[in-house]
Design a protein around this ligand. Structure first.
Ligand code: NAD
Length: 541
């Protein structure tokens, strides 16, 4: 048994590589993109370390070139989901007895592999499978995932050092046990890093996990699973089970040993999960910990003293990077009438230069949206705005799915701050603007605060400190990640812990200690050195 108190190096965020013309990273990425496109791989279910090819398959296609099939993936059926639960139960005993430093070493090693030889694979897979530009892939599947792995290991070690006070007569200890049972991780399509983090965070704390990736991100997520295996993750600790959400729910939410759910995705799916768990509550051995980061309707609020160039850059990057498919994407903005004419001119001029197309062409700022379902939904919102007399499309609005699911960056100007596209999550490259009169400044802040069900991210712009103070106070509960003179996207692990409340989730802040605290079951141990030998208290005599 080791007898030292080990420490984990405090991590620094992974540097973002530039991918400039002629750089080694650009050359190797281009090579990897070509290599992956020339193959068509078969992706198995991975349970207890074993690869299972069920024969019930679906395809992974390139969203910006949707006739190109990258992979066939096998779906877990009821039998495999039950097998995965058994594998997680079996692996648990050994995994929870592995010392924390050895658990941590596996994830630190995975981070190191990803920072080096695995980087191009994960980035290329994310670019092809999810239609991310090189920069969007680099900040997601490389930097953010590396940060999650390193910071979570560091935060784990910090949590373990947190101990209660003791007296001379007793010693109080807090032991951070993993949960009793298994954890279900269900991840969304839009971030490879979230795919990795959802199973990894509970696993770092000593839990074993069933990981259901999104059908639209199986391709990159499979490589994450292979990376974790190469780093030495023992069989059964994380079980990779692409499957139908409904079928998975039927099996997992009826199992008495369900101990936790780590979910990121839409509010609607999370509501269904929560209701099912609530209805089944008598069946479980413990109360399952439910962590969910869900939808958003994120805002930018511009005061009359905002800097126009800064504001326009934030609107464009915030609304259109990754085709607006970020939970944090700016999708509604409130602009002071005093600024509007200038903002309109610069915004239209700048946004008109955006190139949409194949992300393998590095000059494109945007790729395609993820799939036909998303394309149809986003197009529906644009059609709705086109038909409305309360809205005008001032940029974009054209959609074309003949080669890939392409939607132009679209800006809608509305006269109604409660307009449909001002209040509902669209999850596409659509920004709606509302221009307010100066005398309605406070009333418009109230509308910004209360007109949606969400509370995820938001940004305010002004050069006037007094106005910033007023806006920050007014919008206190409107966003879990609040930005001053910056876009509302791009949270960095360790710098801006991420998550929101209201119908945006349980706000357990991914990539922070707060999240890891949900995956444990602490035990307080009190040892008394001189126990009393008589039940009578002195005052009784
Ligand atoms: P989604 O809700 O459609 O799917 C998320 C996951 O749930 C997928 O793996 C899906 O297959 C699964 N699923 C669907 N129905 C299910 C069911 N009945 N039972 C069990 N699992 C089921 O979301 P998406 O389209 O992949 O991602 C986009 C959504 O995620 C947006 O709403 C976005 O705001 C949200 N999101 C939130 C955050 C955050 O941190 N708040 C981050 C990323 C994405």
């Amino acid at each position: 048994m080791s007898n030292a108190f080990f420490t984990v190096k405090k991590p620094l965020n992974e540097p973002i590589l530039s991918y400039l013309q002629g750089s080694p990273e650009r050359i190797s990425l281009k090579g990897k993109l070509k290599e992956l496109k020339e193959q068509r791989i078969d992706i198995p279910v991975i349970i207890g370390g074993k690869e299972i090819y069920t024969g019930n398959t679906k395809e992974c296609v390139i969203p910006h070139n949707n006739k190109h099939v990258l992979a066939t993936y096998h779906l877990a059926g009821e039998k495999e989901i039950k097998l995965a639960i058994e594998a997680a139960r079996l692996a648990k005993k050994e995994w929870e007895s592995v010392s924390w430093q050895h658990r941590g070493a596996i994830f630190l090693k995975a981070a190191e592999l990803l920072s080096g030889s695995w980087r191009t694979t994960l980035n290329a897979a994310t670019m092809l499978g999810q239609s991310k530009t090189v920069y969007q892939a680099e900040i997601d599947s490389a930097c953010e995932l590396i940060d999650f792995l390193r910071f979570n290991t560091y935060f784990m070690s910090e949590i373990y050092t947190d101990q209660p006070i003791s007296t001379n007569d007793n010693w109080n200890r807090l032991e951070y046990r993993p949960l009793e049972g298994f954890v279900l991780a269900v991840s969304p399509f839009n971030f490879t890093a979230i795919g990795g983090n959802l199973p990894v965070a509970p696993a770092i704390m000593g839990n074993t996990v069933l990981w259901k990736p999104s059908g639209a991100a199986v391709y990159s997520n499979y490589f994450v699973m292979k990376l974790l295996q190469e780093a030495g993750l023992p069989d059964g600790v994380i079980n990779f089970i692409p499957s139908s959400g409904n079928l998975l729910g039927d099996v997992v939410f009826n199992h008495q040993e369900l101990a936790g759910v780590h979910f990121t995705g839409s509010t609607q799916v999370f509501n269904t999960m929560w209701k099912t768990i609530g209805n089944n509550i008598e069946k479980y051995n413990s109360y399952p910990k439910i962590v969910g980061e869900t939808g958003g309707k994120d805002f930018i609020f511009a005061h009359k003293d905002a800097n126009v160039e800064q504001l326009v850059t934030a609107l464009i990057r915030g609304a259109f990077e990754y085709q607006g498919q970020k939970c944090s994407a700016a999708s509604r903005a409130y602009i002071s009438a005093q600024l509007w004419e200038e903002v309109r001119g610069v915004l239209i001029k700048e946004a008109s230069t955006i190139n949409v197309g194949n992300v393998e062409d590095f000059s494109n700022f945007m790729g395609a949206v993820i799939d036909q379902k998303a394309y149809d939904k986003i197009k529906g919102y644009i059609e709705y705005a086109k038909a409305s007399d309360q809205a005008e499309i001032i940029l974009g609005g054209r959609c074309d799915d003949s080669l890939g699911y392409f939607i132009e960056p679209t800006i809608i100007l509305t006269t109604d701050p409660h307009f449909k596209t001002m209040t509902e999550e669209i999850f596409g490259p659509v920004l709606t603007l509302y221009v307010y009169k100066e005398e309605d400044f406070e009333e418009t802040l109230d509308i910004c605060n209360s007109s949606t069900i969400y509370g995820l991210t938001g940004a305010i712009f002004s050069q006037d400190r007094g106005a910033l103070i007023k806006m920050e106070a007014h919008l206190r509960n409107a966003a879990g990640n609040f930005y001053i003179n910056d876009k509302p996207t791009g949270a960095v692990v360790g710098q801006q812990p991420f998550g929101g409340s209201r119908k945006s989730g349980t706000n357990d802040k991914a990539g922070s200690k707060l999240n890891l605290l949900r995956w444990m079951n602490p035990r307080t141990i009190k040892e008394t050195f001189n126990p009393p030998t008589n039940y009578r208290y002195p005052y009784m005599g």
